[in-house]
Write a protein that binds this ligand. Sequence first.
Ligand code: NDP
Length: 315
Amino acid sequence: MSEEIERVKCLIIGSGPAGYTAAIYAARANMFPVLYQGMQPGGQLTTTNDVENFPGYPKGVTGPEMMVELQEQAERFGGDVRTGWISKVDFTGPIHKVWVEDKKEIHCDTVIISTGAAAKYLGLESEQKYLEMGGGVSACAVCDGFFYRNQETVIVGAGDSACEEAHYLSNICSKVTMLVRKDEFRASKIMAERVKKTENIEILFNTNTVEVLGDGQGVTGAKVKNSVTGEEQVVPCTGFFVAIGHTPNTEIFKGWVDLDKIGYVIGVPGSSKTNVPGVFVSGDASDKDYRQAVTAAGTGCMAALDAERYLAAKH
Ligand code: NDP
């Protein structure tokens, strides 16, 4: 038997900078937001070491510390932050229904989707080892590139993200080696051309990573193999970047809100609205271009303001 159905004005799904910022704004607007943290409380930033590019932290802050502070800030104004994840939604009617772990049912006037996205990795044991210890593996050049200034880095991938990030790294690092698994880029021509023309970017086509090499503390290189010749070589590097795509965490919204072919929520440009009245989106769940903590926080604010205006217009 399911428990009594709870009614909330504003339900926020996800606990990265987008969700917490939405909670801060919604709480201060007397919307009594309830935020479910999801499977990875704090979101992607909890797997980042130092965040040096979030305005207001001149000395930097660790990702987990920043998430604790954002949670405290949301709770200070009455935001109800809960553990647990939303397993199912039903956006058929004017009241939006969600279920917590298939049990508890909540009826919501507004829902803010802040479920984020997850970077894809190669899945190599050595890659995961250095990723977990914060020792030189990253999926975000803009976040972590600065730690490798004047050093050699490797980036895996051949899409627009990989090209953009390779170019970003080339302005910071002494050399960038790009590992492309096929004999061509997937990226748009203009992005690929820019990479090809950059002097300190070397592109290795038909090349796969065999192992991320390290000294137990940090990355020292990448063992790679040419899939045509079978030849192996070691590319020295201290930073190993992976840019092979992201998966937005939007599976539960499939069929309820409009998603693009990758799964990103399609928002109404210039706002946080989705195609469903009363359902808003913020952060990486709808952003494949910027993916920054500060942009996620900005769209979290937009979602709370849009939700507030939606409620005001109804009453
Ligand atoms: P994409 O899915 O476009 O590209 C992923 C790339 O990673 C492909 O080149 C793919 O190789 C490669 N890849 C996947 N798995 C592996 C693996 N196991 N080993 C090695 N390589 C692998 O992802 P992006 O993140 O680049 O882009 C996502 C979307 O966002 C795209 O629509 C893109 O256009 C857009 N975007 C636009 C930007 C802009 O316009 N400024 C900036 C960034 C993204 P293969 O080609 O062999 O399949």
